[in-house]
Design a protein around this ligand. Structure first.
Ligand code: HEC
Length: 159
C-alpha cells in the first residue's frame, strides 16, 4: 500500500469517528507530505513528564495505555461519543498541535462533546508535554504527518 493510500484510508476512519473539530486540510495529503520539513526527535524527558500528567488528568477516560474506549467509533444513545484512543490506533496524530492544545484547554462541550476543558488546571506547556507523550506511541509516518500538519497550520497563521 502506498503512503497516500494509507492516509486516505485513515481519513475515512477519522470521518467515521465523529469526534468534533475534525481538521480540514486545505491541501491534498500528497502535497502536505511533499512540503513538510522532517519532524524533530521525541523529547524523552518532556514525554515522561507528559505521561505523569496524562495519568493524573486524562487516563480515567482515555485509558492508562492511551487506547481509549473500545467502542469509541460508536455513538451512545444520546449521540455523544466515548473517549477515543491517542495512540497509533486513534486519529489524534491527524490534528495540528495548536488545535490539540485548544481542544484540551476548552474541552468539547461547545462542539456537542463531553470532554471537560482543562484551562486553569493545565497550562499550554503541560499540554504540550502530554502531546509529546502521545508522540512516543505513534509510528514514524504518523509523527511526520502530524509535524507537517502542525507546520502547515503555523504557515497559515503567520501568512
Ligand atoms: C471525562 C472524560 C475525559 C477526560 C478526563 C479527558 N477526555 Fe479527552 N476526550 C473525551 C471524549 C469523550 C472525547 C471525544 C470528543 C467528545 O465527544 O467529547 C475526547 C477527545 C479528546 C481529544 C480530541 C480527539 C483526538 O484524538 O484528537 C483530545 C486531543 C483529548 N481528548 C485529549 C485529552 C487530554 C490530553 C486529556 C487530559 C488532560 C483528556 N482528553 C481528558 C473525554 C475525556
Amino acid at each position: 500500500m502506498t503512503r497516500r493510500t494509507s492516509l486516505v484510508a485513515f481519513a475515512l476512519v477519522a470521518a467515521a469517528c465523529g469526534a468534533p473539530a475534525e481538521p480540514a486540510p486545505d491541501a491534498p495529503f500528497g502535497s502536505l507530505l511533499a512540503e513538510a520539513p522532517p519532524p524533530p526527535p521525541v523529547d524523552e524527558e518532556l514525554a515522561a513528564e507528559g505521561e505523569r500528567l496524562y495519568l493524573a488528568s486524562c487516563a480515567a477516560c482515555h485509558g492508562v495505555d492511551l487506547t481509549g474506549d473500545p467502542n469509541w467509533k460508536i455513538p451512545r444513545d444520546d449521540g455523544t461519543y466515548p473517549p477515543p484512543p491517542h495512540d497509533a490506533s486513534g486519529h489524534t496524530w491527524h490534528h495540528p498541535t495548536s488545535q490539540l492544545v485548544d481542544i484540551v484547554l476548552s474541552g468539547t462541550a461547545e462542539l456537542g462533546g463531553t470532554m471537560p476543558g482543562f484551562a486553569g488546571r493545565l497550562d499550554e506547556e503541560q499540554i504540550r508535554a502530554i502531546l509529546e507523550y502521545f508522540r512516543t506511541t505513534w509510528t514514524s509516518e504518523q509523527r511526520a504527518y502530524q509535524w507537517q500538519a502542525t507546520w502547515q497550520a503555523e504557515q497559515r497563521d503567520t501568512s
